[in-house]
Structures are given as C-alpha cells and as structure tokens.
Design a protein around this ligand. Structure first.
Ligand SMILES: [Fe+2]
Length: 213
C-alpha cells in the first residue's frame, strides 16, 4: 500500500471517523462488530509486516466496512428465515453502497477499494466484482478473514455463535476457496500463540419491544 499523503490522510481520517460515529449511533451491533474486525485486521496487518500507520489505516477502513448496511432495511439485515434471491441481492449491494458513499466524500482510494472488495472471494466467486486471488487488494483480503471470524463467533439473529475451534475449522476449510490462504494461516497462528486473541463480545442486541397501539 502506498503511504497516504499527510493532508489527504488527515482529511480522510476525519471523514471516516464521522461515519464511524454515525454507525455507532444507528446500529450498535454493527459498530461493535466493526470495532472487533478493525482490531483483528490491524493485528493481522502488523503480523504480515505492515507499518503501524498502514495497519491503522486498515483499521479505519474496517470500522466503516459495513457502512453500506446502514442504507439497507433492518428487517432484511436481521431476518432469521432464509433470504429470497432479491433480499440476498439487496444485502450484497452493501460494499458498493459503502464505497460509493466514501467516494462521494473524496476519501483516499485505499479506503474506498478496501470497503468495495471486502466480500470478494479468493476463487473469484465473491462480489461485487468477482476478483480472483491477488487481484483482490490485500487490505480487503485481510479484512475478509477478520470479518468472517468475528461474524462466526458472534451470535446472529439466524444462528448461535460458533466455538473457537469450529470457527478455525471453517477458516481452514475455506482457505484457498473464499479466503487468501496466507492470511488464514497468519490469523490461525495468531489465535494459537495468543490465548486471549479472541475479543470479548461486549454488546448484545437490544431486545425488540412491541409498544401497545
Ligand atoms: Fe460486509
């Protein structure tokens, strides 16, 4: 990753932090998920040899990776039954929506491309562009591993949280299919050597309350 120029970097960071705040106000579950993903991605990037500054920029991108979801209705995002084709297509628009918002704010392209490609798959079966292997920006490949690990180990409306072992098994099975095998190996290694690597889930979704009338 090229080093981001100082002025633009500062401006981009300020814009991104304002989006992080808006995600926090609108959807605390996505915010907490994004915070954990940012921490995992930052640690992974450092382990893979990125500078402190580069890893911080990746963490910022991770904090807004699901920004596009704030433009998608909660009843689709939180649906516990199987999604229809149309609903799946709607959800799959979130990387492009998020990247479009960032593009409109003229943030550095590093953040835009990381957000845009965080659901690409190593074998080319991902979205939105169907990029293959190293065509996918490394930032997005790191983010994808951090994202799926946290998603699997978190409780979701449609399933319970997986154990650490089950999540690691999933990552191993999906390495070279969905995820960059080098990034998966690095992540599994970090999990193995640091017993407290897994981050706690601090926030639970608020229960839905049906008010009378
Ligand atoms: Fe996402």
């Amino acid at each position: 990753m090229a080093t981001i120029q100082y002025d633009r970097e500062r401006e981009s960071r300020a814009i991104l932090l304002s989006f992080v705040k808006s995600i926090q106000e609108r959807d605390i579950v996505t915010y907490e998920h994004s915070r954990r993903v940012a921490t995992y991605a930052q640690r992974l990037a450092r382990y893979l040899g990125w500078s402190r500054c580069e890893a911080y920029d990746l963490a910022l991108a991770a904090l807004v990776h699901d920004l596009g979801k704030t433009w998608i209705a909660n009843d689709i995002l939180n649906k516990s039954e199987a999604l229809s084709k149309d609903e799946r297509r709607t959800i799959e628009r979130h990387p492009a929506i998020g990247a479009g918002i960032l593009l409109g704010c003229d943030v550095h392209p590093f953040y835009v491309e990381t957000v845009l490609h965080h659901h690409e798959a190593w074998d080319g079966s991902g979205y939105p562009s169907g990029l293959h292997g190293e065509e996918i920006p490394l930032s997005a490949r790191i983010l994808a591993v951090a994202d799926v690990y946290d998603a699997l180990t978190s409780q979701r409306p449609y399933r319970v949280a997986l154990s650490d072992d089950a999540a690691c098994e999933y990552l191993l099975q999906r390495a070279s299919i969905n995820y960059d095998p080098t990034v998966v190996a690095a992540f599994l290694h970090l999990l193995e050597i640091f017993p407290n690597f897994r981050l706690p889930q601090l926030v639970c979704a608020l229960p839905k309350i049906n008010l009378p009338g």
